[in-house]
Design a protein around this ligand. Structure first.
Ligand code: AMP
Length: 280
């Protein structure tokens, strides 16, 4: 991989990079399409990264379909697939980890200890291997996009980070490789995440006149709205936080950007989704 990209860079060819864990769907396809529109060479990595899974998580059962992934990558304009083995990425004696503090400690970081260190470590190694000019990440994993941006800024990595909007099914469910775990009934209940987010977003964006006159919008009011729409799933968090810092504040004010973030279980499947909005 490094030989290929070194040759390309020597010829001043721009490299777009889409890191994935495979089992590709329409969300990944969009990232690949956007990259291939902007770069003549698009590398897609397919690697189920053991470092970012907790001991009780689904590393063993995570869906793996490299043949169909390769077809999909080609179909959407990817030019190279990088699908290393775990031994290749983490040979015996591998002993380095990237630890990210700050925004990585909240939410996903709190519920999944070590997750973002695993993400940062693999993304750093992939960046050093693929040497992209621009890398593409989905807004679906909003906190992950902030973590990657933090690492790139803190460690002065010369790579642009492009965040691509979440691709959804017709009923609003965010596309995810883990949706394959859902049975019919869970799949129906899973749509409540998007409904809750939409309801809160509409509330924030269409505050009625009496509310608009109010100086502050209380966080608890937004979060209660989401909770009310999430009766059919088991909620881990449903929060309205500052979109840049992920800190939760008691009140939000006009002009501020709020990230609405949900993690919830439908059956045994953990789903996440988010919408970023602004108070007018
Ligand atoms: P994953 O294979 O789940 O690690 O995801 C690889 C990349 O695809 C990450 O940057 C994800 O945020 C992105 N992604 C996953 N699902 C979606 C989606 N529904 N829409 C847009 N991007 C997505």
């Amino acid at each position: 991989m490094q030989d290929i990209v070194s040759d390309a860079r020597a010829e001043r060819v721009d490299i777009g990079f889409v890191p994935t864990m495979g089992s590709l769907h329409g969300g990944h396809a969009e990232l690949i399409k956007v990259s291939s529109m902007r770069h003549s060479l698009t590398v897609v990595s397919v690697f189920v990264n053991p470092l970012q899974f907790g001991p009780s998580e689904d590393f063993g059962t995570y869906p793996r379909n490299l043949d169909s992934d390769v077809r999909m990558i080609r179909e959407h304009g990817g030019t190279h697939v990088f699908a290393p083995s775990a031994e290749e990425m983490y040979p015996q004696g591998f002993a380095t980890s990237i630890h990210i503090g700050g925004i990585a400690k909240e939410l996903e970081g709190a519920g999944r200890p070590g997750h973002f260190d695993g993400v940062a470590t693999v993304v750093c190694k992939l960046f050093n291997t693929v040497m992209p000019t621009e890398a593409f990440f989905g807004q679906k994993d909003y906190q992950q996009t902030l973590v990657v941006k933090q690492m790139v800024a803190d460690l002065a990595m010369p790579i642009a980070i492009n965040v691509v909007p979440t691709v959804r099914e017709a009923d609003g469910l965010a596309m995810s490789s883990r949706n394959a775990y859902l049975n019919f009934e869970e799949r129906n209940r899973a749509t409540s995440l998007f409904r809750a987010l939409t309801r809160a977003k509409e509330f924030i964006e269409n505050l009625e006149a009496p509310l608009q006159k109010r100086k502050a919008l209380p966080r608890l009011e937004i979060e209660a709205l989401m909770q009310a729409a999430l009766q059919e799933v088991s909620v881990e968090y449903a929060v309205a936080v500052d979109a840049a810092t992920l800190q939760s504040r008691d009140n939000y004010f006009s002009g501020e950007k709020i990230a609405l973030l949900i993690a919830a279980f439908a059956g045994r499947t953990r789903l996440i989704d988010n919408i970023v909005t602004e108070i007018v």
